[in-house]
Structures are given as structure tokens and as C-alpha cells.
Design a binder for this molecule. Structure first.
Ligand code: NAP
Ligand code: MN
Length: 272
């Protein structure tokens, strides 16, 4: 989990991930030039890349990692176009600084835990922020919450959020979840508007699970339940999901960050 000093100089094939609009092409032109002057090769085939830079906000970073299948062999770099984000240590306003930092190795690599989600035993999905399951009608739905193979609680309400440490400052925080240091590989389970009465009772607070635990959400289907499942900023097109298995993934992604910009500094800058 410790950050290591990274030899960015050995990685030279750079792929730029951004929304292909005329405005973005214009904005990115200077970055392309500076990168080439500094002996980076810009590749258009993502398969050939060993550095993938997203340009935009955290949103763009989430898309860049998802669309490239959370590639463990690549180094991801987040470049923001306006305000600082949680995954974007670098800024389009200071691309010289970014390229120099990469060349002079004033950067380090962090590994961020991912969440692995399997729905009804199909192919797994990975999440960098969270997996959320929500009712898509104006009705509650019911989930049996299992920790390992133990029935922990039966939830009735709007839904649940299972977040990674880096996702803890996103959706999870809006429902009063805790902010978790990404150096602590864990998954956090948070409720969205649970209904509590003599029939249905849940813990009522978020809880953290260790990397060894497996969480299973069994949707109690009465045929009228159509919960939607979100993985980061995408919705899965799965209807009538029954069993959702969640755990920390075996793989992690490598993210480039500035040396003097710790996670807690970012939390302070963004929220305090
Ligand atoms: P969005 O609704 O446009 O943006 C949600 C906001 O969350 C944006 O300001 C985004 O930053 C920020 N964000 C994303 N990841 C973050 C993180 N790890 N820590 C702190 N802030 C973060 O949707 P989006 O931009 O596609 O982002 C998807 C994320 O939105 C989901 O993964 C979920 O966490 C979050 N979300 C939150 C709520 C809620 O709080 N009620 C509801 C649904 C989804 P940028 O502007 O830099 O992109
Ligand atoms: Mn957004």
C-alpha cells in the first residue's frame, strides 16, 4: 500500500482519454505538444499504452479506468480541467509542471483497491467508487444482507451503497458514511433510507468489512421489484437481479499522484 517512487521515465506510451469534442481537442493540443517534446509517444490504440491519462474531472477518471478494464499493467493519471478532484492530482492549467513532475519523478504511485461485483453468477464487474443498488420505482424493496454465509439483517428501503475507500468521499458520504483512508483496503456498506419498524430492522449505520469478507445481497423478489444496479457512474442493464456478491477485488489499479498531496490533504481541501 505504501507509495513507491515511480520510474515514469520508463513508461513512454501515453494514451489520452477525454470526451472527443472540438473544445476538448483544442484544450488538449498543448498537452500533446509538451508530451511529445518530452519524449512521450502518444498512442491512439489503448492496447499499446502504458500510461493512460484522463482529462476532465473524477467522472472522466472513472470512465477512463472502466473503459480500459482497470488495467493493472498501466499507470493511470488524472488531469482535471477545472477544480481539483480525488483522482485528479494534475491540472490542465499547469501541464508543464505535470510533465516535469513526471520526468523528474516528483510523483509516486498509489494502488487503489477495487470492488468486485458479481450479479447472479455472471461475469464480474469492477468498481473504483462504489456499487449501488436502488429501487427505481416509488416503492421500497427488500434485501437479505449476508456477511460471508451468515444472515446479518433484512433491509427494506431505497437501497444500499457498497463503496471502496476512494469511493467513500462520493455517494457514500452523502448518506453519512465514513471517509476511509485508501491505505486501508476495505469495503463500506451504507444504507439509503432504510425503513425501520418491528418487522424490518437494520443496523442503521455504515459498517466496514475486511478484505477477507464476502458480502451477499439477496434481493427478495416478488416480481414487482426492479432495483437498478450502478457501478460507479454507469448503470448495469440487468433486470430482476437476485443475488449480488461483493468483495474486494484481487487486483488494484496504479494511480500517479503528486508527492506532497496526500489523501487527507485532498479531503481537507475539498471539504474543510
Ligand atoms: P455526477 O452526479 O455528475 O457527480 C457526482 C459528483 O461526485 C461530482 O462532483 C464528481 O466529481 C464527484 N465525485 C466522483 N467521484 C468522487 C469521489 N471518489 N470522491 C468525491 N467526489 C467524487 O456523477 P459522476 O461525475 O459521473 O460521478 C459518479 C459518482 O457520483 C458515483 O460514483 C457516485 O459516487 C456519485 N453519486 C453521488 C450521489 C449523491 O451524492 N447523492 C448520487 C449518485 C451518484 P467531478 O465533478 O470531478 O466528476
Ligand atoms: Mn460529473
Amino acid at each position: 500500500m505504501k507509495g513507491c517512487f515511480c520510474k515514469v521515465s520508463k513508461r513512454k506510451n501515453l494514451y489520452l482519454f477525454y470526451k472527443r469534442t472540438i473544445e476538448m481537442e483544442e484544450l488538449i493540443q498543448p498537452l500533446k505538444e509538451i508530451a511529445e517534446q518530452n519524449e512521450f509517444t502518444l498512442v491512439t490504440d489503448v492496447e499499446k499504452a502504458n500510461i493512460i491519462a484522463s482529462i476532465g474531472g473524477d467522472n472522466a477518471f472513472l470512465q477512463a479506468t472502466r473503459k480500459t478494464n482497470f488495467n493493472e499493467d498501466c499507470l493511470y493519471v488524472g488531469v482535471n480541467t477545472d477544480s481539483m478532484g480525488f483522482y485528479t492530482d494534475f491540472s490542465m492549467e499547469n501541464i508543464e509542471q505535470m510533465v516535469l513532475a513526471m520526468k523528474n519523478e516528483e510523483v509516486e504511485v498509489r494502488r487503489y483497491p477495487l470492488l468486485k461485483v458479481t450479479v447472479d453468477n455472471e461475469m464480474p464487474f469492477y468498481c473504483l467508487n462504489e456499487c449501488s443498488i436502488r429501487s427505481n420505482v416509488i416503492k421500497t424493496f427488500v434485501i437479505d444482507v449476508m456477511i460471508d454465509d451468515f444472515h446479518f439483517e433484512t433491509f427494506r428501503g431505497d437501497g444500499m451503497i457498497v463503496s471502496t475507500p476512494t469511493g467513500s468521499t462520493a455517494y457514500n458520504l452523502s448518506v453519512n458514511g465514513a471517509v476511509v483512508d485508501p491505505a486501508l483496503p476495505s469495503i463500506q456498506v451504507s444504507e439509503i433510507a432504510s425503513l425501520n419498524n418491528n418487522e424490518y430492522r437494520t443496523l442503521g449505520t455504515s459498517f466496514l468489512l475486511s478484505p477477507e469478507r464476502k458480502l451477499t445481497l439477496n434481493v427478495v423478489q416478488d416480481g414487482n421489484d426492479h432495483p437498478i444496479i450502478g457501478v460507479d457512474n454507469e448503470a448495469l442493464s440487468i433486470r430482476h437481479a437476485k443475488e449480488i456478491n461483493l468483495s474486494l477485488a484481487e487486483k488494484q489499479i496504479k494511480v500517479l499522484k503528486l508527492k506532497n498531496n496526500s489523501y487527507w490533504q485532498k479531503v481537507q481541501k475539498k471539504f474543510l
